[in-house]
Design a binder for this molecule. Structure first.
Ligand SMILES: Nc1nc2c(c(=O)[nH]1)N[C@H]1C(S)=C(S)[C@@H](COP(=O)(O)O)O[C@H]1N2
Ligand SMILES: [Mo]
Length: 319
């Protein structure tokens, strides 16, 4: 289905004041500052959530790059999770009673033997580690997140894919009783279930990470509990939440955002400051909690680790 799924609403953050224009826009800024102050004031009135005490055992990330972490409250109160709502601030309250127990993940397609695994069992299979990753949404906001989980490559080895498997496809839970937007029929924001995919070599890259926790604690529902993907060199929409199915295939999966607007969102979605979105620049980003923008880095700062996978590919074409 590709008929108008109201596309215009997807909001870029590029209207936010850019430091370089600070002086030029003095007049604008008066108004802009007033707006910023009033929204900061409203934010302060909203309940702030401090990080719950850690309940996971994991290997800590030494944070060798000295990245400044976003707070637990920032990461858990401003969310894209359309199954609940297209309003980022509305996701947390709507997700409060999301049921992640019991939770099973189906592994099928081009594998030696398809199977289903219970979430608890899966958690026991792999030792957990922390990964402090930059995160960049295609809309222009960004954050730094201390995820907890395990490398996707470990899960892939455990799944025993066949040599013919060239891609991996992920699917989010479909449950209209729990996800209000899945109940809206043709007025739904997206076609569900939400689908994402990676090429097999991307999936095997040590940076590709399955997330089960945040700040040392079990992942909260608004961030994709009980298990979601984190691919830090790609735009945030690739990092699919609340996964129930993993399928190995020989054809490139049609991911949800590509299906919704293929002229704006592709399969690869590698963070690239030189390739603009048709409706806004991708050169800069605003980190949650900050007023000024900063430059967006090629592959979101992970060029050394991932650029080799795209050698010879025209990144304007394969956006
Ligand atoms: N199932 C599902 N996964 C999803 C989304 C969604 O709407 N549904 N939104 C994506 C987008 S656009 C972003 S930016 C990130 C947001 O993750 P966060 O809320 O943990 O910051 O989740 C991604 N994964
Ligand atoms: Mo996003």
């Amino acid at each position: 289905m590709n008929y108008i799924k109201s596309k215009g609403w997807e909001l870029s953050e590029n209207f936010v004041t850019d430091e370089r224009f600070f002086d030029k826009r003095r007049k604008f800024l008066k108004l802009g500052a007033a707006l910023a102050i009033s929204s900061a004031y409203v934010m302060d009135l909203a309940a702030k959530e401090s990080a719950p005490s850690p309940n996971l055992e994991y290997l800590k990330d030494p944070n060798l790059q000295h990245l400044t972490l976003n707070s637990y409250d920032q990461i858990t109160s401003y969310n894209n999770f359309y199954e609940f709502s297209t309003n980022k601030e509305a996701v947390r309250p709507l997700a409060k009673n999301f049921k992640t127990e019991p939770w099973k993940v189906t592994i099928d397609g081009l594998v030696e033997k398809p199977f289903e695994v219970d979430m608890h069992e899966l958690m026991k299979k792999f030792s957990l580690e922390e990964r402090i990753y930059r995160f960049r949404c295609v809309e222009g906001w960004a954050m730094v997140v201390p995820w907890v989980g395990f490398e996707l490559s470990k899960l892939i080895k455990y799944a025993r894919p066949l040599l013919s498997a060239k891609y991996i496809r992920f699917e989010t839970l479909y449950d209209p009783k729990q996800f209000p937007d899945q109940n809206r029929g043709r007025f739904a924001a997206l076609d569900y279930p939400y689908v994402e995919g990676l090429r097999m070599d991307e999936a095997m890259n040590p940076l590709a990470f399955m997330v089960t926790g945040l700040y040392g604690h079990t992942l909260p529902p608004q961030n994709g509990a009980p298990i979601r993907l984190a691919v830090p060199w790609k735009y945030g929409f690739k990092s699919i939440k609340s996964i129930v199915k993993i399928t190995f295939t020989d054809t490139q999966p049609l991911n949800t955002w590509q299906q919704a607007a293929s002229n704006e969102y592709g399969f690869y979605a590698n963070v690239n400051p030189h390739v603009d979105h048709p409706r806004w620049s991708q050169a800069r980003e605003r980190v949650l909690g900050k007023f000024f923008k900063q430059d967006t880095l090629m592959f979101n700062g992970y060029e050394k680790e991932v650029a080799y996978m795209y050698k010879g590919m025209d990144l304007r074409k394969w956006f």
